[in-house]
Design a binder for this molecule. Structure first.
Ligand code: CP
Length: 312
């Protein structure tokens, strides 16, 4: 069955989920992946309002909704009045009258929160500059598949303290995992989120932010990275290169991790920059399973938010 307490709820941040809800969602995602629990959301309509490019999020949300028996509307800003500047507060109230659920990819977290405030339907964060919770659902599913558990494991994220670092801090803390972020000075994760993760973790697990990638990688079961310049930061890509070079995930850094460690990357990857081709394509990489799990994790999320029923 779907996670009943999530019915009708928004997912704007990883911290919108309790530890129990996260655990239940991951269990549901695993069941859906195994094909054990066909669920239906017949006649429900998901809107995708994306102001940034997307392959995985757009396609996995669309396929998940089709497989649940629902429909998807692509509300690309360039073909709606959003692209011509219609106010968010107006768009939110109008889309609320047509759709059953709305997934938004945008820049400012505040814009997402405004949508959620003015639209009564559930709103899902499909990536903002602050967070990417849907990616972390798939990441945690992938880690659980590999190790059979989450609690007690250590995930080390190396690179830019961006939206991925922020959502991983929260998702790992909720799961009882130790989380270490190794980022250069001035590129640390959001300080309020670091504090929130520490509060969630309590004395159950460790939350560490350091500038030292080698210290962070030592003994970790999961080594994670993302691009050094995210969408909207393309003009900084060249100037960031020398700052981030010591934070590359390569064979040397991987050799410091647990011998059974796996490597994750949310993709798209810039081979030869934040990760070497050898590591991305190597035996410890789980990036393709991770990408596949976007489908299963988001299907579990949609089914729960929409109150899907088992196929009889
Ligand atoms: N990882 C991720 O969100 O991929 P897309 O940008 O392709 O959706």
């Amino acid at each position: 069955m779907s996670v009943a307490s999530l019915k009708g709820r928004d997912l704007l941040s990883m911290a919108d989920l309790s530890a129990e809800e996260l655990q239940e969602l991951l269990a549901l995602a695993a069941e859906l992946k195994a094909g054990k629990l066909p669920l239906r959301c017949q006649d429900k309509v998901l809107g995708l309002l994306f102001s940034k490019a997307s392959t995985r999020t757009r396609v996995s949300f669309s396929v998940a909704m089709f497989q649940l028996g629902g429909q998807v509307l692509d509300l690309n800003a360039s073909v709606t009045q959003v692209g011509r500047g219609e106010p968010t507060v107006d768009t939110a109230r109008v889309l609320d009258r047509y759709l059953d659920v709305l997934a938004i990819r945008t820049f400012e977290q505040q814009e997402l929160e405004t949508f959620a405030h003015y639209a009564q339907i559930p709103v899902i964060n499909a990536l903002t500059d602050l967070e990417h919770p849907c990616q972390v659902l798939a990441d945690l599913q992938t880690i659980q598949e590999e190790f059979g558990q989450l609690s007690g494991l250590t995930l080390t994220y190396v690179g830019d303290g961006n939206n991925m670092a922020n959502s991983l801090l929260l998702g790992c803390a909720l799961s009882g995992m130790n989380v270490r972020i190794a980022a250069p000075v001035n590129f640390e994760p959001d300080p309020a989120i670091v504090q929130q993760a520490k509060t969630i973790a309590g004395d159950r697990s460790e939350v560490l932010v350091t500038q030292d990638p080698e210290l962070a990688a030592k003994g970790a079961q999961v080594l994670y990275t993302d691009v050094w310049a995210s969408m909207g930061q393309e003009n900084e890509a060249e100037s960031r290169m020398p700052i981030f070079q010591p934070y590359q995930v390569n064979d040397q850094l991987l050799s410091l991790a647990d011998p059974k460690a796996i490597v994750l990357h949310c993709l798209p990857a810039h081979r030869g920059e934040e990760i070497t081709d050898a590591v991305l394509e190597g035996p410890q990489s789980r990036v393709w399973d991770e990408a596949e799990n976007r489908l299963h994790a988001q299907k579990a999320l949609l089914a729960s938010i929409l109150g899907a029923t088992p196929l009889s």
